[in-house]
Design a protein around this ligand. Structure first.
Ligand SMILES: NC(=O)c1ccc[n+]([C@@H]2O[C@H](COP(=O)([O-])OP(=O)(O)OC[C@H]3O[C@@H](n4cnc5c(N)ncnc54)[C@H](OP(=O)(O)O)[C@@H]3O)[C@@H](O)[C@H]2O)c1
Length: 416
């Protein structure tokens, strides 16, 4: 298992898509010079590509081994991952993690432990796969205020949307392909329901705006009720549907956060982000908009991001959360959102919940609407919309206008 004789010993938790990816990267990069001490996995019966002596099934064998310099936590179980990272930080160790669900849920506590016991926690691979978004927010934009960070943060959902759009695949068939290729989480609801993007957005916000946002505070809706009707509707107005995570700060230092499907027009960089690729737009106050695009999932792209963290941590790199305490940014609850909605024509939408609800057209038992609604109302309505298999996507005011122009027979259901 030795790359070359070295004093640096790495303990790896997990040997699935990401763990194997990291291992491959270490084998290929000669300069890595890192000895993989042991790999901790769970399933004793599983066939492995390495001899059994490479593995342990006992996490304590790595956590209590004082000869190990650095740990990489790359397991799929968020609760067990929390236990591993917490124990490592309590022992003042250096650990890198790819587990966005665990990190987004426990970040404030883990940062306290890092501070108290002088350990190090890095997690670039947890956000945007191979895109070095956290490092850029931490280092390059450490002193410039940001207005917005938004983008496509879930490779699996984007793969599904792209395949449906380009090859006419059904949602189920595209999801199956994403799972076969290792882009989807063990529980695909995390991807297609928008939960995974929410977790990543919370981590981005901690670095971009210095605000601690809990996943449950983020307005969220997934893509799992999408059909070819929605793709055709988007195409008719020159747009594509993408699952977009957004964090925007206004001039009054109010922060607006959401993960929603959105109709993105050809002018948007996100229009051309396809398959498992992720894309993130950063809008700094002075530098002007920047766009980063790269592989958001997969064994080697994610393994590469873990290796970047391992090598940075070995050089003494730590996150400093440069925007914490610099600006009094507050999470806003109430704001207006413009929507496209599609549902069976037999269904009566709860019109009183909307600021505005316009029926655009109706054909073959399917009704199309544009609407505007308060964010908090949408949050409380989203479980009902999901249960009724209604699809919705955010639209811009310009798109709403364009849709109305193309459908002059628009019927205003309610307007206030
Ligand atoms: N796949 C991606 O493209 C990607 C991208 C970015 C981040 N991530 C994150 O990276 C992490 C790993 O994802 P993955 O895709 O590599 O998952 P995966 O392919 O399902 O592999 C998971 C690995 O974790 C091990 N494991 C699970 N519970 C364990 C426990 N309690 N103790 C020890 N090992 C345990 C499994 O052991 P066995 O081999 O014994 O089953 C397996 O080796 C997740 O947090 C995921 O969200 C994944």
């Amino acid at each position: 298992m030795k790359n070359k004789p070295s004093d640096i010993r790495l303990g790896i938790f997990g040997f699935g898509c990401v763990g194997q990816g990291l291992y491959d990267v270490l084998q290929t990069i000669e300069a890595a010079g890192i000895e993989v001490a042991k790999i901790c996995v769970k399933d004793k019966e599983k066939l492995r590509s390495l001899p059994s002596s490479a593995f342990t099934y006992n996490p304590q064998e790595l956590l209590q081994d004082e000869s190990i310099t650095i740990l990489a936590e790359l397991i799929s179980d968020a609760e067990d991952a929390y236990g591993i990272v917490k124990q490592a930080l309590q022992a003042g160790k250096t650990i890198v993690s790819a587990n966005k669900k665990m990190l987004a849920t426990h970040l404030p506590e883990l940062l306290e432990l890092q501070q108290k016991y002088k350990g190090t926690l890095l997690y670039e691979a947890a956000v945007g796969g191979s895109i070095p978004i956290i490092r850029i927010l931490e280092s390059y934009y450490s002193s410039e205020p940001l207005q917005q960070v938004s983008g496509i943060l879930n490779g699996s959902s984007n793969f599904i949307l792209s395949k449906m759009e380009a090859e006419g695949l059904s949602y189920t068939c595209a999801l199956q392909q994403a799972q076969e290729l290792g882009f989807a989480e063990a529980d695909p609801a995390l991807d297609v329901g928008g939960f995974d993007s929410v977790n990543k957005l919370c981590l981005i916000i901690a670095h971009a705006f210095g605000v601690s946002v809990k996943p449950e505070q983020v307005l969220r809706f997934g893509i799992d009720s999408i059909t070819e009707h929605d793709l055709k509707f988007a195409e008719r107005i020159g747009a594509r549907i993408r699952l977009v995570a957004t964090a925007v700060v206004d001039s009054g230092d109010q922060l607006y956060v959401r993960v929603l499907p959105a109709l993105v027009s050809e002018q948007s960089e996100l229009y051309r982000v396809t398959n498992e690729t992720n894309g993130v737009t950063i809008a700094p106050v002075f530098a002007g908009e920047q766009f980063l695009k790269g592989r958001g999932a997969g064994s080697h792209p994610t393994g590469s991001a873990v290796w970047a963290d391992v090598s940075a941590a070995l050089s003494g790199y730590r996150y400093v959360y440069p925007k914490a305490d610099t600006r009094a940014i507050a999470l806003s609850k109430e704001y207006k959102i413009n929507l496209y909605l599609r549902c069976p024509s037999s269904l009566v939408l709860p019109a009183a919940d909307f600021i505005e609800l316009n029926k655009i057209s109706e054909s073959e038992g399917v009704a199309y609407y544009t609407a505007s609604i308060e964010s908090e109302t949408l949050k409380s309505l989203s479980a009902y919309l999901a249960a009724e298999r209604i699809f919705m996507a955010e639209i811009t005011p310009a798109q709403a206008h364009n849709i109305a122009l193309k459908n002059c027979n628009t019927e205003a259901v309610v307007y206030s």
